[in-house]
Design a protein around this ligand. Sequence first.
Ligand code: LIP
Length: 306
Amino acid sequence: KMCIRDRFLEFAISLVQECGQIILEASKERYSKINKIYEKGENPSDLVTETDKIVEELIKSKLNSKFPDHKFVGEETAAAAGKHHGLTDEPTWIVDPIDGTTNFIHWFPFVAVCIGLTINKEPVVGAVFNPFLNQLYTARKGNGAYLNLNTKLPLSSPNPPITLPSSLSQCLVVSEYGSNRSSTTLGKKFRSVHSLMSKPGDVTWGKKNAGLVRGIRSLGSAALDIIQVAKGEADIFWEIGCWEWDVTAALVILRESGGIMVNGNGPNEEPFNILGRKYLAVRGGSSCAGDETVEQSQLRLVREFW
Ligand code: LIP
């Protein structure tokens, strides 16, 4: 039996697919009018193209005619208004027309159109489409997460071939540099990255100068980073500074894959807040490392660490 949330997801899927085609077409016309590049506000590393705006307007108007009572939060709408909405309990579509705008400009093929829906402030539907790789990720709360509508997430062995990590030293982390290039912000991020890559002389962490984690990757799209964790191809995602439109759709997919997201805030945690701009996610799994599950130990170790 089809429930109303299936219809929401179905509509989100049709929108991300339609917009994916627009994004692909536009990417062929590099640097022409459709891809005129703007620097947002005072930050020249935060880019927006004509295509971001066209796609967001299209999604907004189609959602509005289909679901006139629903609210809308979009990256470019918020930027144009110079302010952000708080979330209400109303059904609210949270949209990033192009997550990975810099990638889109450079044809670095990690680009995603993201449509998420919250009801009672809870993310319940997510559709993320990467038109460059033709990969569609979808989930509805309680119904599992899928790649291209039929492959369940997380992917299972032999793809990816590795099993769940049992310690941080077996974890592949995805994180982003972000668009805030102030030396204070970057200083904090790089200190964390430095300590993750090198934890010298501490017997707890094994060999001297071994990395605390196995490696750190950065795809340039927070949504697709989170998807890597949902797929099981990365173990931990951490970013401070991205926004709710970068994470909402991917968060539904992550949770439906068994993954967990918390505030990426360090030891003094507040309850998870999707508007909090600090996100830490770990891959799901049931096996235990000692008394705790793998997720619990990942969360504990990473929280202690930041
Ligand atoms: C980008 C994020 C990326 C983050 C950048 C930027 P955009 O989103 O996905 O992870 O580090 O600061 O916010 O602007 O391409 O939609």
